[in-house]
Design a protein around this ligand. Structure first.
Ligand SMILES: Cc1cc2nc3c(=O)[nH]c(=O)nc-3n(C[C@H](O)[C@H](O)[C@H](O)COP(=O)(O)OP(=O)(O)OC[C@H]3O[C@@H](n4cnc5c(N)ncnc54)[C@H](O)[C@@H]3O)c2cc1C
Length: 400
């Protein structure tokens, strides 16, 4: 396994669960691996994989559930709210033990957080605690050998090489696999803030003419800001003093919340979409950002990578059981991944193109579309199902 980011580390655990012996290689030390300030939104497709791998209990401890997603189109001044009912139909009563854990006298914030825990739309996790929990699981797994913080050549005897060494993968380049690439005329600013007011378990996605803006609840009133805008604007935001950045952020926030403080300063990321022209060559398969990257709108990137892992896991189990020959595993993996990857990249790209503008013809289409979404539960179910379960199998039965 080349790369111990969140995609490579989970893939190593999945192969080990399938009965394989794995070497997890990364030139970054464990401390460096944990250093990123990023936070990720996780969907139910990721939750299902973690449950299958027996990792859900461990990982749920570092994931903050949210039970409401407020989506608004600033251009057409319309919005729609997604709740768990849009995932599974009529609301189910929350399990009583989750609610009785909250003393009745405590603030409504604690009660709202307990409800979110019982019936979440999704989860938010910080990179550091998430990867630390995954690396702990790796350390507890005797069939995974770690080579972290050292440069290790590819083992010529390996049955399978999984390249999860990131967007600028040298493994992919070494194999001569090119990528289709689109560089957006937007960049992305991330920051962490504490907010007052509003529900602590609501996530916001605001589709603004300059680019999508997301507020992701991390617990305790802290939120991750993911703010896409033209490159010059992002560089300007990054250069502001903390007080000036908060002043620039205040008018962009939903009306019901107020800024309390800046916890992590602004950082700018490039925004690109890419897709590798092949997902395998010889004994090597490409996984995670080595294979694909999409715009951060809708928080799809890592969930898509973990669906790569889900497919690899199923195939690795079949190979271990003697029902799939090792030689055919890379081709089987590539065949099963194309549709999900292409559709997800197209959907995120379409969202950005449709909503990051004030084009009058598009505004005239967007308003009735968002209003219809607000009025038709089946439309909300379709859209939320696609974003949370993936476009290939958008509907999932309610977990028992
Ligand atoms: C602003 C922003 C917000 C985002 N928000 C979300 C979100 O809310 N939800 C979501 O699902 N996704 C989100 N994403 C996408 C997500 O961050 C990526 O999908 C994810 O980080 C990719 O993980 P990875 O393991 O594939 O790659 P990486 O995290 O880049 O890991 C690659 C690893 O490979 C190692 N490596 C490099 N070279 C070698 C080598 N030669 N040999 C071995 N190892 C090597 C590196 O050290 C690194 O550890 C967001 C992205 C951005 C930019």
């Amino acid at each position: 396994m080349r790369g111990a980011g969140p995609a490579g580390t989970l893939a190593a655990l999945a192969l080990a669960e399938a009965g394989w012996t794995v070497t997890l290689v990364d030139p970054a030390s464990p401390e460096r691996l944990l250093a990123s300030q990023r936070a990720y939104a996780f969907t139910h497709s990721s939750r299902r994989l973690l449950q299958r791998l027996g990792l859900w209990e461990r990982l749920a401890a570092v994931m903050q559930p949210f039970d409401q997603l407020d989506l608004s189109d600033q251009g057409s001044q319309c919005g729609v709210r997604f709740t768990p009912a849009d995932l599974w139909g009529a609301p189910r009563p929350a399990p009583t033990e989750a609610l009785t854990e909250t003393p009745s006298a405590t603030a409504s914030q604690a009660q709202t957080e307990a409800q979110a825990l019982a019936r979440p739309v999704g989860w938010i996790a910080r990179h550091g605690p998430l990867l630390a929990a995954l690396l702990e699981a790796v350390a507890a797994q005797p069939s995974i050998h770690r080579a972290l913080g050292v440069t290790t050549p590819v083992d010529p005897e390996a049955d399978l090489i999984v390249a999860a060494d990131g967007a600028r993968s040298t493994t992919r380049e070494g194999l001569g696999i090119g990528v289709w690439r689109h560089v957006y005329d937007q960049r992305c600013v991330t920051a962490q803030v504490t907010l007052r007011g509003g529900r602590p378990t609501t996530a916001w996605e605001r589709l603004r003419p300059e680019g999508p803006f997301a507020l992701l609840p991390m617990g305790g009133g802290r939120f991750q800001v993911v703010w896409s805008a033209p490159g010059w604007r992002c560089r300007q935001l990054e250069s502001l003093s903390p007080a000036a950045f908060l002043d620039a952020l205040a008018p962009v926030l939903p009306a019901e919340v107020d800024l309390a403080s800046l916890e992590e300063g602004a950082r700018v990321f490039p925004v690109q979409a890419h897709l590798a022209r092949r997902l395998r060559r010889g004994r090597t398969i490409l996984l995670g950002e080595t294979a694909h990257r999409c715009h951060p709108v809708g928080g799809q990137g890592l969930n898509l990578s973990w669906r790569d892992v889900a497919v690899l896991h199923r195939l690795a189990r079949r190979a271990q059981a003697g029902r799939l020959s090792l030689d055919r595993l890379p081709a089987a993996y590539a065949r099963r991944r194309w549709l999900d990857l292409c559709l997800t990249l197209m959907i995120t790209d379409a969202l950005v193109r449709l909503f990051s503008n004030r084009h009058p013809a598009l505004l005239a289409l967007r308003r009735p579309a968002v209003v219809a979404l607000g009025r038709a539960p089946w439309l909300r179910r379709c859209l939320l199902g696609v974003m949370t379960n993936g476009p290939c199998q958008p509907f999932e039965a309610a977990p028992s």
